[in-house]
Design a protein around this ligand. Sequence first.
Ligand SMILES: Nc1ncnc2c1ncn2[C@@H]1O[C@H](COP(=O)(O)OP(=O)(O)OP(=O)(O)O)[C@@H](O)[C@H]1O
Length: 317
Amino acid sequence: MCRRADTGSVAGMIEVAELTKRYGSTLAVDQLSFTVRPGQVTGFLGPNGAGKSTTMRTVLGLDNPTSGRTLVNGKRYAEIRWPLHEVGALLDAAAVHGGRRAADHLYCLARANRIGRARVTEVIEQVGLGGVARKRIGGFSLGMKQRLGVAAALLGDPGVLLFDEPVNGLDPEGIRWIRELMRALASEGRTVLVSSHLMSEMALTADHVLVLGRGRLVTETSMTDLLARFNRDVLVRTPRPAELSAALEAAGAVVLTDPDGALSVTGCDAVAIGDIAVRHGIAVHELTPRSASLEEAYLEITDESVQYRAGLEGSVR
Ligand SMILES: Nc1ncnc2c1ncn2[C@@H]1O[C@H](COP(=O)(O)OP(=O)(O)OP(=O)(O)O)[C@@H](O)[C@H]1O
């Protein structure tokens, strides 16, 4: 069961406030603010180099902000007495000591956080590594290392979890396992923040989405709203295209005629198009709302951010 820190209304929350991180002349994160809430999977989306890992590393106290702050359960990471009990993370699964045995790696972490050996056995079983617990990590596949990383993240039964690109390099079975795990953790009331550069991946896992572009928050929305925003047009097939086009245009729609005679209609939804056709006594053989693919939608959003920034750089500053 999920343990909760006694921190009032901020329990289970990740708060990023006005976070800026520079590496020399590189502005990795730029005045970034958002809050991640419990009980849902929050997707942290953005192209490579957008600043997702840097933000996560800062939340986990592995990097210091240039300015601004990050809080978990209302505290800076460094102020959390037994961190694994409050926040678990899977960052770079490959970054483990290959000479160690899997169980010993987890015992070390457990001891440092006052966690008993029984819990180590429990998480090893939970992630499906029971059969290789005494084996050296050096011989593990990436998928097994990923499972070991997840075991480490779950060790203290934390209410807040961060996963950085967790499906990278996994086989289909491993990918499904990670997705189901994240959904299960959120349904237990935990806060789950997961980064990805793939919109299609997020569509299958996330309830809520933060989109990052060049270190800035480009958009924050529910996955349902994001999908709805990218309804593109309605495909209409009719034996009387010229008459239906005229009727639709008279109602304010924009109508394009495809080479095969089908109509692409914007500015009018499928229901309104159907009603107009009936009013004019025109038969309709197909009426299909079309939306941009998720990847197209994502490219459109992140592209907007690039243009916006280019515009800014060329203006008042
Ligand atoms: N330790 C570092 N030193 C110098 N520059 C860095 C460092 N870490 C990140 N950066 C730079 O900061 C920017 C943001 O990188 P970051 O890894 O946070 O992005 P990301 O969205 O996680 O992308 P990716 O999916 O490729 O990891 C990039 O330009 C990157 O090159």
